[in-house]
Design a protein around this ligand. Structure first.
Ligand SMILES: O=C(O)CCC(=O)C(=O)O
Length: 265
């Protein structure tokens, strides 16, 4: 990875998280938020879900789960904009990735009791309309998320799988349930790691890392906030028929909408 703003900052988390993130493609960092922050962000997240949440599959129709998701909360909701621009979370993301990042999205996801369908196995690169060195998600638990409430499961090392670098988009659109294993059959036999989180913990995973999340068979909502960071120098790479704001292919996203982590207070 090349030189970054994070290399001029002091380390936020222990080196073992950085090593795991790079070797396994994900890591679990406890206590990224304080209990007071969790309470504040959870209240805002649930209110925003009531106001504007829609039922959605992951990304472009990849998934069958009945998860409810906000739309552009990282821009439109004052409190959640603060979470998407949280300096400590951003600093952890830059330390893990070793490159300068910007925020590309930040949404609340709620899986309610009875939403028992798991989130489909997928990676995030296949659907990402960006060319860059890396994209990563911080999946921040705003309630305790034990296994039965639908925590994440990862395939360690799957970000280092062989070519193709990107799975074909059409494969993901036509066979969302199986495209990852159809394209990379070797992953079928790889070890999987399930990561229960306490409220305020986060997992960080890379865009090529295969992952899923369980259904919610518990008696309480699973409330999470997902901030998506990209390489600050990543450029727009439209999918066929796709237009993102006013961006042209090859352009950098505007800093006013997709802020650089280096600019967080
Ligand atoms: O929360 C979920 O159900 C899935 C989240 C996910 O796939 C992601 O953060 O990339």
């Amino acid at each position: 990875m090349t030189e970054t703003s994070s290399q001029t900052r002091s380390a936020v988390v222990d080196q073992r998280y950085v090593t795991q993130f790079r070797e396994d493609g994900f890591t679990h960092v406890p206590n990224v938020l304080t209990p007071e922050e969790v309470a504040q962000y959870r209240a805002a997240a649930l209110a925003e879900i009531e106001r504007s949440g829609v039922v959605a599959g992951m990304g472009m129709k990849v998934g069958v789960t009945a998860v409810r998701i906000t739309k552009d909360a990282f821009r439109n909701n004052d409190v959640l904009r603060g979470l998407a621009r949280h300096p400590r979370v951003g600093a952890i993301a830059e330390q893990l990735s070793g490159i300068s990042l910007r925020v590309w999205g930040g949404e609340t996801l709620v899986k309610s009791p009875g939403d028992a369908a798991p989130t489909t196995w997928h990676d995030d690169l296949t659907l990402a309309p960006l060319d860059g060195r890396l994209l990563l998600n911080a999946w921040i638990a705003l309630v305790d998320v034990p296994v039965e409430r639908g925590c994440m499961t990862f395939i360690p090392g799957s970000h280092r799988r062989p070519e193709p670098f990107r799975a074909p988009l059409t494969a993901a659109q036509e066979n969302p349930e199986s495209y990852l294993f159809d394209t990379y059959p070797g992953l079928t036999w790889d070890r999987r790691v399930t990561v229960p989180l306490r409220a305020g913990d986060a997992t960080f995973h890379q865009w090529r890392t295969g992952h899923t999340a369980g259904g919610n068979t518990s008696d309480a909502d699973r409330v999470a906030f997902i901030t998506t960071y990209t390489d600050a120098e990543a450029t727009y790479r439209p999918h066929p028929g796709h237009q993102w704001a006013d961006l042209e292919a090859g352009q950098l996203p505007p800093d006013e909408i997709y802020p650089r982590v280096a600019d967080f207070a």
